[in-house]
Design a protein around this ligand. Structure first.
Ligand code: GDP
Length: 481
């Protein structure tokens, strides 16, 4: 049964096995210490090494963060122009930074922010978050006694929007132009880790690239892919990663639970839905429906796919034939549907209202919102999206849509191996309709086609026993398991 008794007693594992620091005021961010009340106890514990690494990161962030002497030193000589005084061959203070820029949808953002944070842990950088978007309406500060928000008067603020692959300080472009070497190190550099990146951009993590990048005081990143799996291909990162995450499929799980604490407003939405619709159920199922076709909306073949998958995998009871009210188990199945379109959950609801189930179980269907179209950077829209991802992560089982970062966040945060709905081709219901994932990790959708040591194309899914192709994409993308 899924019934979690949410009362006001002290949560059992409030600090998530040491993952969280106790140094925060509880009321300013209720989700931080209350989330464990809404979850079953976790089978995945953070390693002691991860815990100690996080505590020392917090100290460094406090020393280097906004408002400190170190931050002032580091920004003093930072300009946007390509003049030579930006080529620093001496260090600029004691701290190095990486600025995460908010681009694409919320799922993309959470995957890339976690990736950038892990890269920062591995390379002793401090992460600062672009606050031109609504990030601070969604998430609480994760590091105590400081801020992760990039100050608005950061010298490069006004240029960042225009950074792209052609920008002369874009790493891949600098490589192609032979504009970077050990005597020619810029003060800032732009990393472009998007679906349209060249391998030169994607391979920034390789040892020879790191030898240069490591000397650059300021990195600015725009990313929309979960690039964590690629970091394992650098041998010295790998040594660290194995110690940080002895259970390889728990990388996003732990990082997300450490970094992403919904603000009180979002948390109110999460807990009100949970208490009203999920807390009393014997079994809960999350279904995330994302339609990527050009004309998106309601499609009969997607509806059929949802029903086929949930019945075949025994996630929901079958309908009784003939229409007798047979057995009387009366277990309560609560289904949480999230989608931009309300029709999928309406149809499911009708289906279980119009006919009895073969087991006598009762099915209750709930969809918090149906926003119709994506409205990224509209505050309430994004808050609903976060609340729904979080709610999905609280269910017992989860069905998500292939290739959707929204779905990846939901199942990974929940520690759940999802059933992935294959992407329909030419308007047909795929057969089989869905596949059970081998791990809860998100997929790196557009992974590089090379390894660090070779210039030949290789299949990254064949190098390590813990990296494979994603279940939901044919021969594309890699994930940890
Ligand atoms: P992806 O495009 O599926 O990889 O996921 P993203 O989260 O990056 O972008 C999709 C965006 O569309 C979300 O961030 C929301 O703004 C919106 N969206 C998509 N599906 C849903 C949903 O089920 N519920 C809500 N509330 N918003 C959604």
């Amino acid at each position: 049964g899924a019934t979690v008794n949410v009362d006001l007693k002290e949560p059992k594992d409030k600090l998530l096995g040491g993952l969280l620091t106790a140094d925060f005021d509880e009321d300013s961010c209720l989700s931080r210490y209350q989330s464990s009340l809404y979850r079953k106890s976790s089978p995945y514990k953070p390693s002691e090494y991860l815990v100690s690494k996080l505590r020392s990161y917090e100290m460094v962030h406090k020393r280097c963060g906004p408002g400190t002497h170190a931050y002032k030193e580091a920004t003093k000589n930072l300009h946007g122009h390509d003049d030579n005084k930006n080529y620093a061959n001496k260090t600029v203070g004691e701290c190095k930074y990486i600025v995460w820029v908010a681009v694409y949808g919320l799922g993309n953002r959470m995957l890339t922010l976690a990736s950038v944070f892990l890269y920062a842990l591995l390379t002793d950088r401090v992460v600062l978050v672009d606050q031109s978007k609504d990030t601070s309406d969604l998430f609480c500060e994760p590091f105590p006694g400081t801020s992760w928000l990039l100050p608005r008067d950061f010298p490069l603020t006004r240029q960042i929007d225009g950074y792209n692959k052609e920008y002369l300080r874009c790493y891949g472009t600098m490589l192609n132009n032979h504009a970077i070497n050990s005597t020619l190190i810029p003060q800032h550099m732009y990393l472009h880790i998007l679906h349209d990146s060249r391998d030169e951009d994607k391979m920034f993590f390789c040892p020879k690239d790191q030898a240069l990048i490591d000397k650059v005081p300021w990195l600015i990143v725009k990313a929309n892919v979960y690039f964590v799996p690629s970091l394992w291909f650098n041998p010295s990162f790998r040594t660290e990663l194995v110690k940080l995450f002895p259970q390889k499929e728990t990388v996003f799980y732990h990082l997300a639970r450490y970094l992403f604490h919904p603000t009180n407003q979002v948390w109110g939405m999460v807990t009100r839905s949970y208490d009203a619709y999920l807390s009393r159920a014997d079994q809960t199922l999350g279904i995330q429906v994302r339609v990527f076709s050009r004309r998106a909306g309601y499609f009969r073949h997607v509806m059929d796919q949802i029903v086929a998958c949930t019945q075949r995998e025994r996630l929901l009871p079958e309908l009784a034939t003939p229409l007798t009210n047979a057995s009387r188990s009366k277990k309560l199945n609560a289904v949480l549907v999230t989608s931009l379109y309300p029709e999928y959950s309406n149809n499911l609801k009708d289906m279980y209202w119009e006919r009895p189930t073969s087991t006598g179980d009762v099915v209750q269907v709930y969809q918090p919102s149906g926003e119709r179209f994506q409205q990224t950077d509209k505050k309430l829209h994004d808050q609903k999206a976060l609340a729904e991802m979080y709610l999905l992560s609280l269910t017992d089982n989860i069905v998500t849509s292939a290739g959707s970062t929204f779905g990846y966040v939901a199942h990974s945060l929940g520690g759940l191996k999802p059933w992935l709905l294959y992407r329909p081709v030419r308007g047909r219901t795929p057969d089989p309709p869905c596949v059970r994932a081998v791990s809860m990790e998100p997929c790196y959708l557009t992974s590089p086609s090379h390894g660090c040591e070779t210039r030949k194309r290789i299949d990254l899914a064949t190098i390590f026993p813990f990296v494979r192709h994603c279940e939901d994409l044919w021969h594309e993308g890699v994930k940890l398991f």
